[in-house]
Design a protein around this ligand. Structure first.
Ligand SMILES: Cc1ncc(COP(=O)(O)O)c(C=O)c1O
Length: 401
């Protein structure tokens, strides 16, 4: 029943998250008893490591059930500082760290604390669906950078060419959702320097920081020299790192003024992430050996799946997929299939769903029509079944030869 509710202009202009919608479709079909394979989810299929659950319980037993400081309890902000210092040699203070309810809220805080209506924000394509929506919410303009010529790896030159008089911010995500590509550390430094030289701020979404496959290196812009870092906000998350998507906790690392502005905003929205969750995360970071062992075993399993999956995908008729260096997504170019049967990649995704009961995400909401995002954060068995269904639906390259 329509109530003619007058949705605000700010929210009307936004689109609902297409990735969450795809996951919802999969859940609904499964509840209806369909044998669905969900390759849409952007979350680890692993459970949160047991020792982190134990730390949360310890926090509850200690009575950590009350409000905390808005930017997060001191043990957590201190633990972020120490963890980054030990692992990466980064130097920043606890006053530059703020805990948020997931990386998503950190990104939202960072953009809202900086942007004014009319500012230009550079966003490389393909992008994570939320970036342009946050920019829209701030009444700023997304200026997209096409990175297809460099196989979806952003370069400093592309950034330089895209800068306008009104450019205020660049949002960059590496390892990338949806492409799985990783910007090499030297190029990332050049990209950030290109911005900083022109007084442009950079928001680096490092939510997949620990999921770069060897020999690729993990790079965090938290390690940049202080004069550069003044212009950078790192958005980090516990969601993927420790398979904690439902716990809703992340953090930002930014200069003190930017952090204070973000904290002011958060003080009037979520206040802070859940108290005993903050405690569990603080203890997990302090217990770096156990944490990194957990991350290492997840990374090894994702790598095993990736190494099996990508050649299998490339053997399907009409599929072309570059080897991702990070995250847990295969970004499949299906443009060869467009023509008679399919007009857009959304049609291909529909065929996967209706003909094969496979839920995958169309590339269009990521700014990459003609591509399909496949998450391999799912079991090998599911991946094997999915490949079998793709073969039946579309055939194989050898069959077409
Ligand atoms: C690129 C990227 N950034 C940020 C997030 C936010 O994750 P969370 O809010 O769970 O920390 C996600 C989640 O899918 C993501 O893919």
């Amino acid at each position: 029943m329509s109530t003619n509710f007058p949705v605000s202009e700010n929210v009307s202009r936004m689109h609902a998250s297409s990735t969450l919608k795809a996951a919802q479709t999969a859940r609904m079909l499964r509840e209806q008893g369909h044998d669905v394979i969900d390759l849409s989810v952007g979350e680890p299929d692993f459970d949160t490591p047991e020792f982190i659950k134990q730390y949360a319980w310890e926090g509850l037993q200690k009575g950590l059930t009350k409000y905390t400081a808005t930017a997060g309890m001191k043990p957590l902000t201190d633990a972020v500082v120490e963890f980054y210092a030990e692992r990466f040699g980064a130097e920043f203070s606890a006053a530059e760290v703020a805990a948020s309810c997931g990386g998503k809220q950190g990104l939202f805080n960072a953009a809202c604390a900086l942007l004014n209506p009319g500012d230009d924000v550079l966003i490389p394509k393909p992008y994570w669906v939320t970036f342009p929506e946050i920019v829209t919410f701030c009444r700023a303009n997304s200026v997209f950078i096409d990175t297809e010529s460099t196989e979806f790896i952003l370069t400093a030159e592309q950034v330089r060419n895209a800068i306008t008089e009104r450019t205020k911010l660049l949002i960059v995500n590496s390892p990338s959702n949806p492409s799985g590509r990783v910007i090499p550390a030297d190029e990332m430094r050049r990209i950030i320097e290109t911005c900083v030289e022109r007084g442009i701020y950079v928001l680096t979404d490092e939510c997949y920081l620990f999921f770069a496959y060897p020999p690729g290196e993990v790079f965090t812009s938290a390690t940049l020299p202080k004069d550069i870092r003044q212009f950078v906000c790192v958005a980090g998350s516990f969601s993927k790192t420790f398979a904690m998507t439902g716990w809703r906790i992340g953090y930002t690392i930014a200069n003190e003024e930017w952090t204070r502005a973000m904290t002011k905003l958060q003080s009037h929205s979520a206040s802070h992430p859940t108290s005993f969750v903050q405690y569990a995360c603080a203890r997990a970071l302090q217990d770096a050996d156990a944490s990194m062992a957990a991350v290492g075993s997840m990374l090894a399993e994702y790598e095993r799946r990736r190494d099996w999956l990508i050649p299998q995908l490339n053997a399907i008729r009409g599929f072309k997929c570059a080897m991702p260096e990070g995250a847990f997504y295969a970004f499949v170019d299906v443009r060869e299939m467009l023509g008679d049967e399919f007009t857009t990649s959304a049609d291909v995704a529909d065929k996967m769903l209706n003909g094969g009961q496979i839920v995958a995400t169309d590339g269009e909401p990521f700014g990459a029509d003609g591509f399909i995002r496949i998450s391999y954060a799912t079991s090998m068995q599911n991946l094997e079944n999915a490949i079998e269904r793709f073969r039946n639906l579309f055939g194989t390259r050898s069959m077409s030869a």
